[in-house]
Design a protein around this ligand. Structure first.
Ligand SMILES: *[C@@H]1O[C@H](CO)[C@@H](O)[C@H](O)[C@H]1NC(C)=O
Ligand SMILES: *[C@@H]1O[C@H](CO)[C@@H](O)[C@H](O)[C@H]1NC(C)=O
Ligand SMILES: *[C@@H]1O[C@H](CO)[C@@H](O)[C@H](O)[C@H]1NC(C)=O
Length: 326
């Protein structure tokens, strides 16, 4: 039993211990610099996982609302180069988010979000809708603008907007973004808890949504916590008819994080090296063998102690009796 416990502990340690941090992972610039005589909070924002709902080839458009109901939200995303705090023009900002009911276009089947299938790696969209998705290039001031609606929430997550920022050359065709040279940033934008709560209590269709599911607060969202979401809270001016949101995202335009959709690609949780997975598998197999061997030993010991090897038929009267060997 002690041996077994030891195996389990070693296997767990191998599977879960963080691998060593590379310099790029620990790179984190946090400084405030004066750009064009205004103070800008200039940081290299931490990445957050892409999640399973990205749909490739988004439309190039400002207004991504289509037919989705909700409070109109005009969103201004400023992209900064965190290395020298200058704005990044001509970066392609690609955003996607859930509607007021917590659904994503391409996957809007109602039941899907409540199942565990959304926890698997990037899948194939099951239908062709593309509301609340779009891409815009940043202008000379490094700003990309969108018109959308205030996002809804779904199980397990606080209210958020996904984004990818493509830098370098891009391929465009007939109003569609086909791909970029580099994915310089994959992240998520968040909103202040108080405002999310207020909207969910006072404005339709969010009030209806709240009857099914309460919005989750940022502090209870592992992705918010893990990606330092506090640095990516959209500054919102909430007018009666329209909300105006603005946020600054600090990136390294030279970096490229084309990687698994379920892991923060570059910063945050590092990928595990293959030999560690291999060792974990070997220890897993050893545990199975150890359990099997122990079970077998135990059965043999019990048999030896009782001394009876089998139930046998006695010779003349046809009754059953236990026969002791030797
Ligand atoms: C965006 O498009 C929707 C309909 O597709 C429209 O109702 C809305 O007024 C548009 N928003 C802006 C700011 O143009
Ligand atoms: C910051 O770096 C980028 C290249 O990474 C360069 O194009 C830009 O001119 C630099 N800005 C300043 C103010 O040095
Ligand atoms: C990007 O575009 C520039 C100018 O059009 C070109 O010189 C360069 O080779 C392109 N880079 C790649 C990787 O395609």
């Amino acid at each position: 039993m002690i041996v077994l416990l030891l195996f389990t502990l070693i296997a767990l340690a191998i599977a879960h211990s963080p691998s060593s941090l590379s310099t790029s992972q620990t790179l984190r610039l946090k400084q405030t610099r004066d750009i064009c005589s205004r103070k800008v909070h200039c940081i290299l924002n931490k990445e957050a996982m892409e999640g399973p709902f990205y749909v490739p080839h988004p439309l190039i458009r400002t207004n991504i609302t289509e037919d989705r109901p909700g409070i109109p939200l005009s969103l201004e995303i400023t992209v900064l180069n965190a290395k020298n705090c200058s704005v990044v023009p001509n970066a392609f900002v690609d955003i996607w988010h859930a509607d007021a009911m917590g659904e994503y276009s391409g996957w809007a089947t109602g039941s899907l979000l409540s199942s565990t299938s959304h926890l698997t790696a990037r899948g194939t969209p099951i239908e062709s809708s593309h509301w609340l998705r779009g891409v815009q290039a940043t202008d000379d001031s490094g700003v990309a603008r969108f018109n959308t609606v205030w996002p809804g929430w779904y199980r397990g997550r606080s209210t958020h907007i996904h984004l990818r920022i493509h830098s370098g050359n891009v391929t465009l065709s007939h109003g569609v973004f086909l791909g970029g040279e580099r994915v310089a940033h994959t992240g998520q934008l968040f909103f202040a808890d108080e405002l999310v709560t207020e909207v969910s209590k006072t404005r339709e269709p969010y009030v209806s949504r709240r009857k099914t599911l309460l919005p989750r607060m940022n502090g209870d969202d592992g992705i918010f916590v893990g990606s330092d979401g506090g640095d990516q809270i959209v500054d919102v001016q909430a007018d009666e008819d329209v909300f105006h949101g603005s946020v600054t995202v600090g990136i390294d335009p030279e970096s490229d994080h084309h990687e698994s959709p379920m892991r923060p690609p570059h910063f945050g949780r590092p990928g595990r090296s293959p030999w560690r997975d291999f060792l974990a598998a070997v220890f897993g197999a050893l545990i199975v063998v150890a359990v099997w061997a122990l079970a077998k030993l135990f059965l043999r010991w019990r048999q030896a102690r009782s001394g009876y090897s089998a139930v046998q038929l006695s010779d003349d009267d046809g009754a059953y009796s236990l026969t002791k060997p030797r």
